[in-house]
Design a protein around this ligand. Structure first.
Ligand SMILES: Cc1ncc(COP(=O)(O)O)c(C=O)c1O
Length: 408
């Protein structure tokens, strides 16, 4: 058996199941589930229609590279979204079956684990708290994950100075998540500049997970669309996107998490190797999904509607929770990252369990999304609340959380 499998941690939702074992929620309150980052808004009809109109695609094997028309649609979307010359659809874009599998597979492509001794073992840098796939990908690639804590004292920014030069020398891959799951923090241009400089100096690859990029606030004097990795590269004169690959997805943008459709784009040399890896791994996208994906990337009206719904939820829910807990509207994404530190020694896990027991609201303890690093678990004393349920359910959940806090 692959020995690295034994290094994998239980997934946060397994931990949640264990935490909630034996808890009986009140029967008179309907459950409200805000723990999983699964979009619940309606899948647009035109996407469903395009899927059913293209069922003939089931009769053929797709190529791993995907159709020219899909890669062209994605390249054109990148150009429009980020104000860039469209990347070359032949060499700089690749469809993937959602970012999850791609974020995992990318580490298997990039990491050279041939230096197995512990002093030289390859390092993969992950934000902390983080999307759990990064860690599993690093471990199964034979690397050691190391973590950069993102904490409120530093506005949840990544502090690249926290690593020593010796550590940087061993780093082969850096995952960044912008907008961040769970904090909502967007990497700014200064952070990108620093990261690119480090990448030039130490020759590591950057995997930029941008699957929440389209969930932002675009009304009034809001910050608007989050800066993307390719956009930052271009602004800093890195026209070849060297050592950078961005990961994006339709799951959250278009409410199709079950369709499994996303893309990677960036450095042509990396994409070429990734295509080679995927050819053997079997990463081709169904032609049916390719057709629906083209339709989705070509339409923005449904994405604006989607954003409007999330903005309404944040506008209504955040002030209700902020009366009792330390929370601010995120820069982007659909999570509230809520501090429950004021109720210490009640831990985030106790808070989540009791909230379920007394009010039938399910949220995720922040400590489940982070690892102990530098003597702290930076997710401890936080809750991640995914505003994925309906507007009314989210408001009802906020009222129940408020009542719970008043009793604590
Ligand atoms: C940070 C982050 N990256 C990637 C994904 C994977 O999304 P998908 O595979 O649907 O594109 C998720 C899903 O929740 C996520 O939270």
């Amino acid at each position: 058996m692959n020995p690295h499998l034994a290094l994998l941690q239980p997934y946060p939702f397994e931990k949640l199941q264990r935490l909630f074992a034996g808890v009986t929620p009140p029967g008179d309150l309907p459950p409200i589930k805000l723990s999983i980052g699964e979009p619940q808004h309606e899948t647009p009809d035109f996407i469903k229609r395009t899927l059913t109109e293209n069922l003939s695609g089931l009769a053929s094997y797709p190529s791993t590279q995907g159709s020219d028309s899909l890669r062209q649609a994605i390249a054109a979307w990148i150009g429009r979204r980020y104000g860039l010359p469209a990347p070359d659809p032949a060499t700089q874009v690749l469809p993937v079956n959602g970012t999850r599998e791609a974020l995992f597979a990318f580490a298997q492509t990039v990491v050279d684990a041939s230096h197995a001794s512990s002093n030289h073992q390859a390092l993969v840098l992950c934000p902390n708290p983080f999307y759990q796939i990064y860690e599993g990908a690093a471990l199964l690639a034979g690397a050691k994950p190391i973590f950069l804590n993102t904490v409120p004292e530093h506005g949840f920014a990544l502090d690249f100075d926290a690593l020593t030069a010796t550590e940087w020398q061993r780093v082969q891959l850096v995952y960044v998540c912008s907008p961040s799951n769970p904090t909502g923090k967007v990497l700014d241009l200064a952070s990108w500049r620093k990261l690119f400089e480090l990448s030039d100096q130490y020759r590591f690859v950057i995997a930029s997970d941008e699957c929440y990029s389209e969930i932002y606030f675009d009304q009034g004097a809001q910050p608007g669309p989050p800066l993307g990795g390719l956009q930052a590269a271009k602004q800093l004169g890195r026209d070849d996107y060297r050592n950078l690959v961005m990961f994006s997805s339709l799951s959250k943008r278009s409410n199709v998490p079950g369709m499994r459709s996303g893309f990677v784009a960036g450095d042509a040399a990396l994409i070429k190797q990734f295509l080679l890896y995927r050819t053997y791994h079997g990463g081709a996208m169904s032609p049916v999904v390719q057709a629906a994906s083209i339709a989705a990337w070509n339409d923005e009206a449904h994405v604006r509607d989607n954003r409007r719904l999330y903005a309404e939820k944040f506008d209504k829910v955040t002030p209700l929770i902020a009366q009792h807990l330390d929370v601010a509207r995120p820069e982007a994404g659909f999570y509230l990252w809520v501090s429950v530190a004021k109720f210490a020694p009640v831990a985030d896990t106790d808070f989540a369990r009791e909230l379920l027991r007394q009010y039938n609201v399910i949220v995720l303890p922040g400590s489940f999304l982070a690892r102990e690093s530098g003597g702290i678990n930076p997710g401890a004393n936080f809750l991640r609340i995914a505003l994925v349920a309906s507007v009314d359910e989210c408001i009802e959940a906020a009222h129940r959380i408020a009542r719970f806090c008043q009793k604590l």
